[in-house]
Design a protein around this ligand. Structure first.
Ligand SMILES: CC(C)(COP(=O)(O)OP(=O)(O)OC[C@H]1O[C@@H](n2cnc3c(N)ncnc32)[C@H](O)[C@@H]1OP(=O)(O)O)[C@@H](O)C(=O)NCCC(=O)NCCS
Length: 185
């Protein structure tokens, strides 16, 4: 198992990673909505800007994630630690017909109280395993976070470039660049 965790960093004890299914989605909805809300309010650059309410977050999961989960075009993972939802990540497999081998990692989120405990890395290792099972051998993503970029680089993602002024900063005035990354798995 050590080989799955580059840097010999093992995820914390008791961490459980679960694949959310259309049947279990409702049980997870409020927790996932709270996780996204708290991450955005703490400055995560994941498509939203403050003010960002629990209701807006919940609407995102209901209206954007649930249909994709139900159609099978998206995988959602939930990481549980210390009896609560500690993180989540998604794999978007809704690619065009000429890219059946590609998928995009989106919304890697670890609750601020659970960071630097190996949960982000464990979620990425598991989403890659699930991607391989779906025959997706090229993973693409973009990130505006130096911490996330360091995590992805440590897992073997290559940086292909930076797009300046790509998106509004989540909590401040101004625009942030985004870094495009990929990995062949
Ligand atoms: C980015 C994020 C997912 C990392 O989650 P995490 O559980 O804290 O990450 P891990 O503990 O697995 O970190 C693994 C490695 O990634 C790197 N890393 C993670 N966060 C870092 C940070 N803030 N600064 C520098 N390096 C960081 C380190 O190399 C770390 O290893 P180390 O702790 O042994 O030094 C988390 O900070 C987060 O949710 N941020 C807000 C949302 C976000 O930006 N998501 C990415 C969208 S593209």
């Amino acid at each position: 198992m050590t080989g799955d965790f580059p840097g010999d960093r093992m995820p914390e004890q008791g961490l459980e990673i679960e694949r959310v299914t259309p049947d279990t989605f409702r049980d997870h909805l409020d927790g996932l909505a709270r996780l996204l809300e708290v991450c955005v309010v703490h400055g995560a650059a994941v498509n939203f800007v403050v003010p960002f309410s629990f209701e807006e977050s919940r609407a995102f999961w209901e209206e954007k994630v649930r249909p994709a989960l139900t159609s099978g075009s998206r995988i959602v993972l939930a990481a549980h630690a210390d009896g609560g939802l500690a993180g989540s990540v998604q794999l978007d497999c809704d690619t065009p017909p000429n890219q059946p081998h590609r998928a995009e990692v989106t919304k890697l989120l670890v609750h601020p109280d659970f960071r630097r405990r190996g949960i982000g890395r464990a979620l990425m290792v598991e989403i890659e395993r699930q991607a391989r099972q779906m025959g997706r051998t090229l993973i693409t993503l973009d990130t505006a976070s130096d911490g996330a970029e360091a995590l992805y680089a440590s897992l073997g993602y290559r940086n292909v470039g930076v797009i300046p002024s790509y998106a509004r900063h989540p909590t401040e005035d101004g625009y942030d660049a985004t870094t495009i990354m990929y990995k062949q798995i």
